[in-house]
Design a protein around this ligand. Structure first.
Ligand code: GAP
Length: 459
């Protein structure tokens, strides 16, 4: 298990050092599987979410957005099957009291998949192979048993069992719960989709692969409503759209693959699921998912709420419960894939190593950094004027402290695509230098051309 974390070590260290991601509640000794997004992490996250919303909601005529609540009526989770079926098989070490996912224990120790094994089979497998506790080495486990992954809370002061409310484990259900409101209030026509970005919570035991699997995370989900007959072509459309998204944010095509879920392992609601998996340093693992959820969710909510969730075709007046294709994107996994994809340690000609994040400009937390060659007038005044010009258009940074080389290195580590330097020549002829992060080449440019040049580069 330590090995998995080690492969991420330089990235985790950079995230802490440069204000991308901090361990959660650190001053209290940390709070397992929670993280805080520092100033640059918050920008990166926002860029991802804004871009996703622009591409999948604003630039399409068949999509609308929603911002549903985290706390939904508890019946929602009975209808969706989560109360009964959203479970992991867990096992405890009797000696040190550590808790593990039984399937992970088997997979890591025996290098074979535990998919499809029931509780009894997993317990037997662990006993048969005398698997040891990864923490203390003892061979003394409890039997595997199920554990619901939903966090719950109480809605009233009494704390009675009947008052339990769940923190949503997926954003999707909020869309199904509001399906009737959307068709009643918006002029949507099938096929159409509803997109939502928001927090989800899962009480997961995790092997500690940084933000890959956390207990509080964000999803960007689409429920795309269709006629049953159209499911295959719609599925293909969204699979292609998900690949285009990966390309747009700069993920290398060679590291993104498709993984079809075998029929016998599909979730209770799905007739087909394909994951987009990414080659993370700790192994190839799920990045995003695409599922054909049939009419399962809307039918179950119609049944459990007693409300009609039929859609009526405005022309033919045909009534039916729409089927659903669901592309789902995790924000934290996007961030981790982007960091792994962008991270590089380059050996320079002078023998130094430069650490650089090769982020695509569209996701980079800072787009442009502006430096006066020295912290001295009139260089500073001129540099501040250029900064003010750019700041209205892009997230920029102004830095006037330390040697210029160090300032470049700092921006390289943040993944800033361009740095501008105001030098003595600027004072003479109103030109500046524009440095490209990846090639480290500098070009001389008139200040008057700066906005046009950057607009072309920062897409
Ligand atoms: N609505 C369908 C759904 O929730 P999922 O595969 O369980 O499907 C969707 O989750 C996406 O959410 C995953 O592909 C992944 O990107 C992200 N995700 C799921 N669990 C996560 C966790 N514990 N930590 C971080 N991201 C997670």
């Amino acid at each position: 298990m330590q090995k998995l974390q080690d492969s991420l070590k330089p990235i985790v260290a950079l995230c802490k050092r440069r204000g991308f991601i901090y361990p959660g509640s650190e001053i209290y000794g940390g709070f397992a599987n929670t993280y805080s997004y520092g100033p640059y992490g918050a920008e990166l996250k926002k860029n991802i979410k804004d871009l996703w919303w622009r591409l999948f909601v604003h630039e399409r005529r068949d999509m609308v957005g929603l911002d549903g609540p985290i706390l939904l009526h508890p019946k929602t989770w009975q209808a969706s099957g989560h109360v009964e079926g959203f479970v992991d098989a867990l096992i405890d070490c009797k000696a040190c009291k550590s808790r593990f996912r039984a399937d992970h224990l088997i997979e890591e120790a025996l290098h074979k998949s535990a998919d499809g094994m029931n509780l009894k089979q997993m317990t037997e497998e662990i006993q048969k192979h005398k698997l040891k506790c990864p923490k203390c080495g003892a061979q003394d486990f409890t039997e595997a048993r199920v554990f619901n992954l939903m966090f719950h809370t109480h809605m009233s002061k009494t704390g009675a069992d009947g008052d339990i409310a769940y923190l949503r484990p997926e954003t999707a259900q909020a869309i199904f719960v509001d399906f009737k409101n959307i068709i009643d209030t918006m002029r949507v026509k099938i096929p159409f989709g509803v997109a939502q970005i928001g927090k989800a919570f899962r009480n997961e035991i995790t092997p500690g692969n940084f933000v890959f699997r956390v207990i509080e995370f964000e999803q960007m989900e689409i429920e795309y409503f269709i006629r049953e007959a159209d499911w295959q072509k719609t599925f293909d459309h969204w699979l292609a759209a998900m690949h285009s998204w990966c390309k747009k944010i700069g993920l290398s095509k060679n590291h993104v693959h498709e993984k079809e879920h075998p029929k016998e392992l599909l979730s209770h609601y799905s007739k087909r699921t394909v994951d987009l998996v990414y080659d993370f340093p700790f192994g190839t693992s799920e990045l995003y998912g695409l599922a054909y959820r049939t009419d399962f969710d809307l039918s179950r909510h119609a049944e459990c709420s007693g409300q009609s969730l039929f859609y009526t075709d405005p022309e033919t007046k045909e009534k039916f419960i729409p089927h659903v294709i669901e592309p789902t994107f995790g924000v934290e996994r996007t961030i981790l894939a982007l960091l792994c994809n962008a991270y590089d340690e380059e050996m320079l000609e002078n023998g130094e190593t430069r650490t650089v994040l090769h982020f695509a400009p569209c996701v980079a937390p800072v787009k442009v950094a502006v430096f006066p060659l020295m912290k001295k007038e009139p260089l500073s005044e001129k540099a501040q004027a250029v900064f003010a010009l750019l700041q209205r258009l892009w997230h920029c940074e102004y830095d006037d402290s330390g040697a210029i080389g160090k300032r470049y290195r700092r921006q390289d580590e943040l993944g800033t695509p361009y740095c501008i330097t105001i030098d003595f020549e600027t004072l003479e002829n109103d030109t500046l230098t524009l440095r490209d992060r990846d090639s480290m080449k500098q070009e001389r440019l008139a200040i008057g051309q700066l906005i046009e040049t950057l607009s072309k580069k920062l897409v």
